[in-house]
Design a protein around this ligand. Sequence first.
Ligand code: GDP
Ligand code: MG
Length: 265
Amino acid sequence: MKKQQVIVFLPAFNEEQSIGEVIQNIPRQFHPQVEVKVLVIDDGSTDHTVSAAKSAGADFVVSFEKNRGLGAAVRAGLKECFERGADIGVMIDADGEYPASQIPDLLQPIFAGEADYTMGSRFLGTIKGMKLHRRLGNYFFTFLQCIILKKWIFDGQSGMRAFSRQALKHGEIIHDYNYAQVLTFNLVRQGFRVKEIPIQYRVRTAGTSFITFKGYLSSVFPAIWKELKRPVQTVEVDREAHKLNHMEIQNKTTQKTNSQPLHAK
Ligand SMILES: Nc1nc2c(ncn2[C@@H]2O[C@H](COP(=O)(O)OP(=O)(O)O)[C@@H](O)[C@H]2O)c(=O)[nH]1
Ligand SMILES: [Mg+2]
């Protein structure tokens, strides 16, 4: 049986202090039929993000000449994963807020044939250090997504997600500033199955968030509107595409942080 290739990509803008540790924490060997590669989408960083990523073991780096925005970087990440032949793409922020060790948990529903698109949920898991205004903002935007999707979700702004090959191919991000809500709407409207996985989150201790209240509101609302107004075609989803029979996770660190059993049927 041919191995499935998972490409984990990190959108990064000036994250020299944290990107190395995130890359080192990405489990590379957790299933005999799965091979993991790491890709960095460097969005015009002016610090040592690229060299830090390479010395931590990044397999590929794609650099933009100038800073284009997180939405543009994630769009490039999806495309690069697809073009490099990934069976599954994973994105994780480069700032150390999300647990790279839980990537196998995030993949489990895709390997089990239960989902095509998974999101690590901070609100289903644990959160350390999130300020009240950020918490309220997350509740608000998540609730908005619940109403639009007519589906209960818990964390619509997660920086840790996984995509089946079909989702990599068909997912479209309508604006360069961000991707969080519009990508979910886009994929769900095309018929992809979304599932959330509880994760352990801690707010960054190095660097600063690029999110500003004004920037977020003025970019995100028009983009959501535009995304919902444009027509999309339903994709015939191959529900069995990534099914692995024995999901025996071999990475011990992963097992420690697991909040769910990792055995598929
Ligand atoms: N591509 C790109 N990524 C960015 C930019 N600003 C931040 N990032 C990356 O996007 C991720 C999330 O950014 P962050 O500022 O932590 O957002 P927050 O977690 O929502 O506060 C991190 O990996 C950052 O390196 C940017 O202008 N362009
Ligand atoms: Mg962050």
